[in-house]
Design a protein around this ligand. Structure first.
Ligand SMILES: Cc1cc2nc3c(=O)[nH]c(=O)nc-3n(C[C@H](O)[C@H](O)[C@H](O)COP(=O)(O)OP(=O)(O)OC[C@H]3O[C@@H](n4cnc5c(N)ncnc54)[C@H](O)[C@@H]3O)c2cc1C
Ligand SMILES: Cc1cc2nc3c(=O)[nH]c(=O)nc-3n(C[C@H](O)[C@H](O)[C@H](O)COP(=O)(O)O)c2cc1C
Length: 767
């Protein structure tokens, strides 16, 4: 085959090598706009896995690359005069120039025709004689640009400015240095890539960049300023630019995230950065480029595989890998873009947050990498939580938490879950056993299901209520059991169904109206939940008074029923949520329109409840932090304002849920998918938050807490199937300082022993 490769970066060179290795008869021309030795860039980092892949594909170049790698293990985070150093991270790096020189030599030796100083044309007609055209021309690919529609190109330009410098200073650890300037924070990502040089990427927000005057500075001026800012880290070494031909401001880049729906178009194939990019802060661009090259060469060479199928397999397999990395890269990019949130953290927590920013590295990964360091983090966390020095390194989930005068034994929470098992609102034996078992299961706090403040405020006929004297007595039986037989506290969630009321119990179909006996509905406006649901009546002021009073009455009953805490449910599209979300609130009065207006009635209800609830007892508010409707609905930015407003009215905790506010929402599900909202609300509004949503492993809970992304973590479905979730987690960590009902102690001890033995056997096998 005659193959034209456009671009002589890692992707182009390595594809040419990999294709030639598989079939020496290929006639390959590689066109690179730069001279062979005028290559941009400093160092690149890899993982051991990438090296294994290179060795398997081409042991000759693989061995040269492997032998030249610089290895290092530690990461150092420098913040406010403190250095936090942790180990076990295992990086390998090489100079980009050296890597490309090795690949050029190898390509030449295999007979690839390398044409340097040759600008490739974006005109396909120029490559008529070729069977395949490989567009390996990088993140700004002209070929991709000229065929953008065919490839379905999606480019996102990210917010921060960065400059990719080199330096002769050798950093022994991967170094993140954060410096405060009069215009804001500036930071460097620095790592050694050979015996005498390091990469030194300087990054900052656009506002800081402008504030420092870098948008007007020549390169020498910008370099001098960066050298001054990082003088303490550079130890007299200079910062080196290999983009000196550019005017100063243009040498600063904004990262561009590239995504393509299709990776080939006729005989034109995208590879490497031309097809996709991954933010430099996770250092995987070169790895992806090399692995694309291997896969593409492999499928094109497979006997009997038609070209279209080969290319489909290439895209299918590689795009999954790319998507995984781009997800991590997005988290990491966003972390650096929202850095201001975390700068008030103590340096050790800041470092933990940095290390776990992509969500690829968790608490237990860090324990494996550096158990001593993780122990320090755990002791720090426990000390802060207990208000006194702690010498035992218990996992963060077993740290206490205080809300007003209420002491929670740990941070694990049973999330509110409707059981639809009440009759006329009265909880019964089912509820006693359900809540009693979950309280005995070790969680620090157990929420009731949404308990409704009036009969017509129920979602289904099976919902629990707090509007009749018999409800108080029935709930009292449950809270008494919880207090007498567990260390858990119990919180009453109060709500009103609004437009989502008068439906069947969950397992007979969510949000499906009753077959008979439907009751009339009310909501902020006359917007039905769906075409199948009743049209609600827009609430009059008189109805608003009645609903507010019902919430207050239920709150007072909550005192008599023995609850430790009350939560107001203003999420998930129910009555109060229908005021907050613009998707349901169409009112033209003072309760509709701007967020301030939409919050007016929910805040009025909350304030009235707060006045009725004892001052020493805490209250939380459950919000939907995102309507998943873009600017048309509640956005995470608005969620911060909502949280601030309820906190100002006396809320002690914001329970950060999301969605369920309109029937056609398309949430982006995934592990811990709502936690970013809890993080944003906590660290922008500076209020305690509870995270919830697809959090199911102890490792998730510990990672969220230690990184300061939330103060409590609620698990719903995991507790349905395993009421003893927290006791099981304690056994897995061999954590003894948790209340176990005395009759169950032997079971807990045996589980701890068995899990310990299994972990030891596992470790022995791995060793
Ligand atoms: C600041 C920064 C730090 C990075 N750090 C790392 C890291 O630590 N680890 C890592 O793995 N990756 C890193 N990367 C990413 C990495 O550089 C790329 O992902 C990787 O180089 C992609 O390889 P590629 O061959 O697809 O593209 P490139 O390396 O960009 O190569 C494209 C080549 O095409 C040439 N070209 C472009 N247009 C034309 C044309 N019209 N005609 C002829 N030639 C053309 C270019 O000159 C270039 O040589 C970093 C990137 C940046 C910006
Ligand atoms: C069966 C069931 C019933 C639920 N009922 C309620 C409820 O009454 N009040 C509420 O705020 N959330 C309710 N939720 C939402 C959960 O509290 C939680 O936010 C959601 O399930 C995500 O957490 P998970 O991934 O741990 O299950 C319910 C969830 C389930 C699965």
């Amino acid at each position: 085959m005659r193959i034209a490769v456009l671009g002589g970066g890692p992707a182009g060179l390595y594809f040419a090598i990999s294709a030639k290795l598989r079939d020496a008869s290929h006639d390959i021309d590689l066109f690179e706009r730069n001279a062979a030795d005028s290559i941009f860039g400093w160092g690149v980092v890899f993982s051991d896995q990438t090296v294994d892949n290179l060795m398997a594909n081409d042991p000759v170049s693989g061995a040269v690359i492997r032998d030249e790698f610089a290895h290092w293990d530690d990461i150092e985070v420098h913040l406010r005069g403190e250095t936090i150093r942790s180990g076990g991270h295992g990086f390998i790096g090489i100079g980009r120039k050296r890597l490309l020189a090795i690949l050029q030599d190898r390509a030449r030796s295999l007979g690839v025709a390398l044409h340097f100083a040759h600008e490739a044309s974006s005109d396909l007609a120029a490559y008529e004689d070729y069977d395949l055209i490989i567009a390996a021309d990088g993140a700004n690919s002209v070929m991709r640009g000229a065929n953008a529609e065919a490839f379905g190109v999606d480019i996102q330009t990210r917010a921060n400015k960065f400059f990719w410098f080199g330096t002769d200073r050798v950093f022994e650890a991967f170094t993140f240095a954060f410096k405060e300037t009069e215009a804001g924070w500036v930071w460097a990502h620095a790592y050694r890539f050979d015996a005498g040089q390091s990469t030194f990427i300087v990054e900052m927000s656009e506002a800081t960049w402008v504030g420092l005057g870098l948008h007007r500075m020549s390169q020498p001026e910008a370099i001098a300023l960066c050298e001054l800012i990082f003088a303490g880290h550079l130890g007299g070494a200079r910062l080196l630019s290999n983009a000196l031909h550019l005017p100063g401001p243009q040498a600063w880049l904004n990262f561009r995230r590239v995504l393509c729906e299709r990776w080939h178009h006729g005989k034109l194939i995208l590879i490497g950065d031309a097809a996709h990019t991954a933010h430099f802060s996770i250092g995987s661009g070169t790895k992806l480029a090399l692995e694309d090259a291997i896969k593409l060469a492999e499928v094109l060479h497979r006997p009997g595989l038609p070209r279209e199928e080969a290319l489909a397999e290439y895209q299918d397999e590689r795009s999954v890998e790319v998507l995984k990395l781009q997800n991590s890269a997005r988290n990491s990019t966003e972390w650096f873009e929202t850095l201001d949130r975390y700068l008030h953290f103590e340096p050790i927590q800041f470092a933990y947050s940095l290390l776990t920013r992509s969500q690829r590295v968790s608490h237990e990964n860090l324990r494996l990498r550096d158990p001593q360091w993780l122990g320090r983090v755990e002791r720090w966390f426990q000390s802060r939580a207990r208000g006194r020095p702690a010498n035992d390194a218990a996992p963060p989930m077993f740290a206490p938490f205080k809300l007003r005068a209420l002491d929670l034994a740990n941070r694990v929470v049973v999330s509110p879950m409707a059981t639809y098992s009440a009759v006329d609102g009265t909880p019964n034996d089912f509820h006693l056993v359900h809540y009693g078992t979950r309280a005995q299961g070790g969680a620090g706090l157990v929420y009731t299901e949404m308990t409704c403040v009036s009969p017509e405020g129920r979602i289904t006929p099976g919902c629990t209520g707090m509007y009749a004297p018999e409800h108080v007595a029935a709930w009292r039986r449950i809270t008494d059991f919880v207090h007498a037989n567990s260390a858990a506290k119990i919180c009453l969630q109060l709500g009103h169904s609004g437009a989502k009321g008068s439906t069947r119990v969950g397992w007979e179909g969510y949000d499906v109206p009753l077959e008979s006996g439907n009751w009339p509905l009310m909501a902020a406006s006359d917007v039905p939940w769906s075409a199948a649901n009743q049209k609600p009546q827009p609430m009059t002021r008189g109805q608003m008074d009645a609903v507010r009073d019902a919430f207050v009455a239920a709150t007072r009953m909550g005192i008599d029923a023995g609850f430790d805490m009350v939560e107001l449910h203003v999420a998930h599209g129910y009555l109060l949520s229908s005021f907050i979300t613009p998707l349901q609130n169409r009112r033209g009065d003072e309760y509709g329109g701007a967020l301030e207006n939409r919050l007016r009635f929910p805040l009025e209800v909350f304030a009235a409840m707060r006045a009725a609830w004892p001052a020493d007892k805490p209250m939380s508010v459950r919000i939907s932090a995102n309507d998943w409707a873009g600017e048309a609905g509640v956005t995470p930015d608005e969620a911060v304002e909502i949280a601030r407003a309820f906190t100002a009215a006396g809320a002690d905790l914001i329970d950060v849920s999301a969605g369920q506010t309109w029937a056609d929402a398309q949430p982006v599900y995934g592990r811990m998918f709502q936690t970013p909202f809890a993080d944003k609300v906590r660290n922008e509004a500076c209020v305690p938050t509870m995270a919830v949503g697809n959090i199911y492993e102890p490792d998730h809970v510990n990672s969220i807490l230690a990184a300061g992304r939330a103060d409590l973590v609620a698990l719903a479905r995991p507790h349905l199937i395993d009421p003893m979730w927290a006791l099981r987690a304690a056994a897995a960590h061999d954590h003894r300082d948790i209340f176990v009902p005395p009759p169950y102690l032997a079971g807990q001890a045996q589980l701890a022993r068995n899990l310990k033995r299994a972990a030891e056997q596992d470790a022995a096998l791995k060793a």
